[in-house]
Design a protein around this ligand. Structure first.
Ligand code: NAP
Length: 246
C-alpha cells in the first residue's frame, strides 16, 4: 500500500467519520474539512482515542471556490499534494417542488454539486503531475431514482455522476480514476433520529432488511482509492441493500 494524502470533505459527519477512520487505518494521511467551527476539537479527541493521531482538519466552506483553492494550496504547503479526494460533504433541503424556494435549490446545488468542481479543480493538476489520483464522489440512491420532495437533492446527486463519467474519460490515461458511490439509507445520527415507526417503514422497503452502516460505505471508498482499483473508473457503485437495482 502506498501512503497518500487523502482529503475527505465533510469528514466529521456520520459517513465522513467512518471514511476518515478507514483511510487512516489503511495508512493514509487523512485531511478533512469542516464548515461549522465548534466540534472539531471534540472530534479530533475522539479520533485520538481510536488511535488516529495523523488526521488533520481545515475550516473550509465547500461552496466557496476561492476558499477551496486556498485550502488545497495550504495542505500542499503544510503536508503535501492530495492524492485521494473524497467529495462527501452534502446537505438536504427537502420539500415538494411547489414549495421549494430558490434558496433551497441554490444551497443544495452549491453544497452537493458545485463543491465537486471547487474541490476537484485545485487537486487535479497535482494528480496529473504525479500520474496517480483517486476521486470518489458520494452521491445517493435518490440521484439514481429520484425522490419525492427532493427535486434539488436528486438533481445535484445525479449531476455528480455526470461529472464523474466525463472527468473519468478525460483523465483515464493519466492514472487517475473517478468514481461515484450511491448509498441508500445509512444508519447515521440523522437517519437514527427519525421516529422508529417511520424508520421501520423505510427498512421495509430495503430487501436486505436493515439500514446500511457508515463503515460499509467507508470500506468501498477505501477499495476504490486503492492501487488495486485502477481498472474501475466512471462507475456508479450502488450500496443500498437492494432497494434500487439498475
Ligand atoms: P452529515 O453527517 O450531515 O455530514 C455531512 C457533512 O457535510 C458534515 O460533516 C458537514 O460539515 C459537511 N458540510 C455540509 N455543508 C458544508 C459546507 N458548505 N462546506 C463544508 N462542509 C459541509 O451527513 P452524512 O449522512 O454523513 O452524509 C455524507 C454524504 O453522504 C452526503 O453527501 C450525503 O448526501 C450522502 N448520503 C447520505 C446518506 C445517508 O443515509 N446518511 C444516504 C445517501 C447519501 P459541517 O457540519 O462542518 O458543515
Amino acid at each position: 500500500m502506498t501512503k497518500r494524502i487523502a482529503l475527505v470533505t465533510g469528514g466529521m459527519g456520520g459517513i465522513g467519520t467512518a471514511i476518515c477512520k478507514t483511510l487512516a487505518e489503511s495508512g493514509h494521511i487523512v485531511v478533512t474539512t469542516y464548515s461549522k467551527p465548534g466540534r472539531e476539537q471534540a472530534w479530533h479527541a475522539d479520533m485520538k482515542g481510536f488511535g488516529f493521531t495523523d488526521i488533520h482538519s481545515y475550516l473550509c466552506d465547500v461552496t466557496d471556490t476561492a476558499a477551496c483553492r486556498e485550502m488545497v494550496a495550504k495542505i500542499a504547503r503544510d503536508i503535501g499534494p492530495v492524492g485521494i479526494l473524497v467529495n462527501n460533504a452534502g446537505i438536504t433541503r427537502d420539500g415538494t417542488f411547489k414549495k421549494q424556494t430558490k434558496e433551497d435549490w441554490d444551497a443544495v446545488i452549491r453544497t452537493n454539486l458545485d463543491s465537486v468542481f471547487n474541490m476537484t479543480k485545485p487537486v487535479l493538476d497535482g494528480m496529473l503531475e504525479a500520474g496517480f489520483g483517486r476521486i470518489v464522489n458520494i452521491s445517493s440512491i435518490n440521484g439514481q431514482k429520484g425522490q419525492f420532495g427532493q427535486v434539488n437533492y436528486s438533481a445535484a446527486k445525479a449531476g455528480m455522476h455526470g461529472f464523474t463519467m466525463a472527468l473519468a474519460q478525460e483523465v483515464a490515461r493519466k492514472g487517475i480514476t473517478v468514481n461515484t458511490i450511491s448509498p441508500g439509507y445509512i444508519a447515521t445520527e440523522m437517519v437514527m433520529a427519525v421516529p422508529e415507526d417511520v424508520r421501520n417503514k423505510i427498512i421495509a422497503q430495503i430487501p436486505v432488511g436493515r439500514l446500511g452502516k457508515p463503515e460499509e460505505i467507508a470500506a468501498l471508498v477505501n477499495f476504490l482509492c486503492s492501487d488495486q482499483a485502477g481498472f474501475i473508473t466512471g462507475a456508479n457503485v450502488a450500496m443500498n441493500g437492494g432497494q434500487h437495482m439498475m
